[in-house]
Design a binder for this molecule. Structure first.
Ligand code: LLP
Length: 439
């Protein structure tokens, strides 16, 4: 359930009218709903409850400390992929929250930082990394807790740029040779090889890959135990898809049905690393229409959000629903998810009299700078607010300063209140790291 809905013809986030947020903080602005975020975290907690899992929110989806803190307060640990994300996790807390550290290129400094800060588990992605962690940990008089990340070699299941479990990608250890790697580190003085990790890709809309991956994982866990490793953790990663269009995604219970039998068979404690599933539909990006123009028979609506704010359409041709914050006259109120489904399938409003196909583009100097293409939308005028939906995950966390654009503000809504959780950047912020720039 997403807490974005139209009331009196105006989009609300929980009980806050979106125009009030835009008026208070300007646009572009990311607006997050606490209730939506906690609802989705709760869905995963409920679906996987029989396994009593450790749920490590994947901070790369949205690293804002306030959002991460909210999740920490509701029982989540964190999945990080860099020293910077580890730092964010520590800032978010609570103290003692479990942090798992994946990523193919951990530096020595990051490894030491993680060990000093009691990393719960390293997800190790290569043999060289494994030996490096072992050496560094032994040098610090420690044993590093380690899961080997396996690439289970599954058929393609999502966008090629984010599919992490097909043969030949840079992630994980090859399933054909992983046991040769683990055989060499039995009783290593700096390593406690206690887990197996896989993250299959993102977003994944079917539970089948988890079933196949889980089955391969169970076999490996048994083999690693035979080698003498005390394997107690099975980390199945993240990747659960969300509804970007209407209802293409599966509920958490479907993924649980696929994963829980493997967990039981492995005799391990389950770790999950969901990101998008929790925050994806908990956030929208709100922008203001600047200009309209027509070129080559195409109608462009130029608004103040751009690929630097939300790069997913440009990078992956991703689909995000877009709809005006103020409904055209005469449309009945309803949840935003129904209203803004202006795909060509199953949408009562696509052929709504008066909608026109428009290109929703931003101010950045690239033809690839768009948020939506060929989208039926009501006629828009200068100053209208637009909502880009499902922007909570991989929106702000992938935002950049390209074209020297200040990154957007972020606002968290809880019930009838809103608060700024990241201020809009200033021109001074843009040059702050350039040494001696004062002239
Ligand atoms: N665990 C690991 C090791 C990961 O690499 C990722 C995502 C996750 C967990 C969380 O996946 P999630 O539950 O959020 O799907 N920028 C792309 C997505 C890249 C995902 C990278 N890894 C996008 O906007 O679609």
């Amino acid at each position: 359930m997403d807490h974005f809905h139209y009331r009196g013809g105006v989009l609300h986030c929980e009980d806050v009218p979106v125009p009030a947020v835009a008026a208070a903080y300007g646009t572009p602005v990311f607006v997050y709903s606490s209730a939506t975020l906690l609802h989705h975290l709760g869905e995963i907690q409920k679906a996987f409850a029989p396994a009593n899992p450790i749920i490590c929110y994947s901070i790369k989806a949205n690293g804002n400390i306030h959002l991460a803190r909210l999740m920490g307060q509701h029982g989540a640990g964190f999945d990080v992929t860099s020293g910077g994300e580890f730092y964010r996790a520590l800032q978010a807390g609570p103290k003692g929250a479990k942090v798992v550290f994946a990523g193919v290129g951990k530096t020595d400094t990051e490894i030491m930082f993680a060990l000093e800060n009691d990393v719960f588990l390293f997800d190790v992605e290569s043999e060289e990394e494994l030996h490096t962690i072992g050496k560094i940990a032994a040098g610090m008089g420690r044993k590093a807790p380690v899961a080997l990340r396996v690439n289970p070699d599954l058929p393609p299941k999502t966008h090629v740029k984010t599919d992490t479990s097909v043969k030949g990608v840079k992630f994980g250890l090859d399933i054909d040779t992983i046991l040769e790697v683990t055989a060499k580190v039995v009783n290593h003085p700096g390593l406690n090889v206690c887990g197996l990790h896989m993250h299959l890709g993102s977003p994944i809309l079917s539970a089948e890959p988890y079933k196949q991956g889980g089955a391969k994982g169970v076999r490996l866990v048994h083999e690693m135990r035979k080698q003498g490793h005390n394997i107690t953790l099975l980390n199945m990663g993240g990747g659960f898809g969300i509804n970007y269009r209407l209802d293409e995604a599966k509920p958490a219970s479907v993924f649980a049905e696929a994963i829980l039998p493997a967990v039981k068979e492995s005799g391990c404690q389950l770790i999950l690393e969901p990101g998008r599933f929790i925050v994806g539909n908990a956030g929208i990006l709100v922008s203001t229409v600047l200009f309209r123009k027509e070129t080559g028979g195409k109608k462009h609506v130029i608004q103040d959000a751009a690929m630097n704010d939300l790069i997913r359409p440009t990078l992956y041709s991703s689909y995000h629903r877009v709809w005006p914050v103020q409904l055209p006259d005469g449309l009945p109120d309803r949840p935003a998810v129904d209203m803004s489904v202006n795909t060509d399938v199953g949408n009562p409003f696509v052929d709504m009299p008066g909608t026109i196909r428009q290109e929703v583009v931003g101010p950045v100097c690239e033809s690839g700078d768009f948020l939506a293409k060929d989208r039926p939308l009501p006629p828009l005028t200068r100053g209208d607010l637009l909502a880009v939906f499902s922007a909570g995950a991989y929106g702000m966390s992938m935002a950049s300063n390209y074209n020297a654009r200040c990154r957007a503000a972020e606002v968290l809504v809880t019930g009838g209140t809103h608060r700024l959780i990241r201020r809009r950047e200033t021109f001074a912020d843009l040059v702050a790291c350039e040494v001696d720039c004062s002239g």
